[in-house]
Design a protein around this ligand. Structure first.
Ligand SMILES: [Zn+2]
Ligand SMILES: [Zn+2]
Length: 200
């Protein structure tokens, strides 16, 4: 298994437009960060975790290969704003989108043109897969265990795939989810800042 971090920036990206802070003014290339997303390869299958508004830029310099599924942690724009840019990948086949009920409900509302008949030619073609925390599922031959992460008061999903776990936008982690991390070898986890934040 191989993970590529496509983005690790905050919701506005780093640098933030108009921000005069030291990080945003920095010339260090590590301070140029796209919105959070990860590309996971398991044998010959490829999964994307979250698809934010930087997705197109994140993919421009990468090999163009079939995408087998997208896992969505939650429906905030910085995690789903690039879904329409999956169109070139949809030409290789419909793409399963896995998320919790709330996330899929919001996607259907916001991207209603993808789910209503008659379908306009050229729109992205998705298959929505509702998944539930703590119930493992298999997508594109890859077993995934979704678990609950608290994003402030909103439960969102983290994902365990083999010995990898991916957590974003976490404020707190329920004990049951901590147990899910037992035995992992790689943990991706958000770390927004040193001082407290209400939702991260
Ligand atoms: Zn800044
Ligand atoms: Zn969020």
């Amino acid at each position: 298994m191989r993970i590529t971090i496509l983005g690790s920036g905050t919701s506005t990206g780093v640098p933030e437009v108009g921000c005069a802070c030291d990080v945003c003014q920095s010339t260090d290339k590590r301070d140029k960060r796209f919105r959070t997303s990860a590309w996971i390869e398991v044998e010959d299958k490829r999964l994307l975790i979250d698809c934010g508004p930087d997705f197109r830029m994140q993919m421009l310099n990468r090999p163009f290969k079939k995408l087998d599924a997208v896992l969505i942690t939650h429906e905030h724009y910085d995690h789903v704003g690039g879904l329409d840019d999956l169109r070139p990948f949809c030409r290789m086949g419909d793409i399963p989108i896995c998320g919790d009920q709330q996330t899929l409900y919001q996607l259907k509302r916001r991207m209603d043109y993808c789910f209503t008949e008659p379908r306009y030619p050229g729109i992205p073609t998705f298959i929505l897969n509702s998944v539930t925390s703590m119930l493992p599922f298999t997508i594109a031959d890859v077993e995934v265990l979704p678990f609950t992460v608290m994003h402030g008061k909103r439960p969102i999903l983290g994902f365990r795939i083999g010995k990898l776990a991916y957590i974003t936008d976490m404020l707190t982690l329920p004990d049951a989810s901590l147990a899910v991390l037992d035995g992992i070898e790689c943990l991706v986890m958000n770390a927004l800042r040193h001082t407290p934040h209400p939702t991260h």
